[in-house]
Design a protein around this ligand. Structure first.
Ligand code: FMN
Length: 168
């Protein structure tokens, strides 16, 4: 296969945690949320909601709901991914990846974040009964360029792929 920009962008996508102290451009944010909206979901149920958190106090409160949440504290915007009743974590993962890829395509850095204390996150976000939020994506213009290949390598394909049966 001949490599192309889209493929290279997918493979080079990294979680970035250092952002410029600058609000996100409305057009960039809208493009990112639009990409989230178009994510495919099981039975096209779209059992999700996106809470855009950009107030400083609210970002701090959300960051307090997880253990490794410095990106939420530092980024100008975090999108909290809400799973509504009947939603699947798999779908939420797809939304997160769409958000990250769309963000990257408009020059915005991103980092997925776990809200380990999701009961607290539900209170901070004012979620209705039955809705939960365990994951969020922090967004901001990158403070510096990512160095693909240097941070966080990956297991070799030979360790990950099997043929027809696990272990073969
Ligand atoms: C489900 C999930 C949860 C994550 N939670 C956090 C988190 O709470 N804090 C954080 O800094 N990074 C978090 N990350 C980012 C991972 O640490 C990162 O993707 C991994 O180290 C690989 O880094 P790279 O993509 O930059 O190579 C999370 C990633 C995923 C997929």
């Amino acid at each position: 296969m001949e490599s192309n920009d889209r493929y290279r962008g997918i493979v080079a996508l990294r979680a970035l945690r250092a952002y410029r102290d600058e609000p996100l451009d409305d057009a960039d944010l809208t493009a990112i949320i639009e990409a989230a909206r178009w994510t495919g979901s099981s039975k096209n149920a779209q059992n999700w909601a996106f809470v855009v958190v950009d107030e400083e106090e609210q970002r701090r409160r959300l960051a307090d709901c997880g253990t490794y949440t410095s990106p939420v504290r530092d980024a100008p915007v975090t999108i909290a991914l809400v799973e509504e009743p009947g939603g699947y974590e798999f779908d939420t993962g797809r939304v997160a990846q769409n958000i990250m890829l769309a963000a990257d395509s408009v020059g915005v850095a991103s980092c997925p974040v776990t809200l380990h204390r999701e009961d607290e996150a539900a209170v901070v976000l004012g979620l209705p009964d039955g809705a939960r939020c365990r994951f969020a994506v922090a967004l901001g213009y990158p403070a510096h360029e990512a160095a693909p290949g240097i941070r966080g390598g990956r297991k070799p394909l030979s360790e990950l792929t099997h043929s027809n049966r696990y272990g073969e």
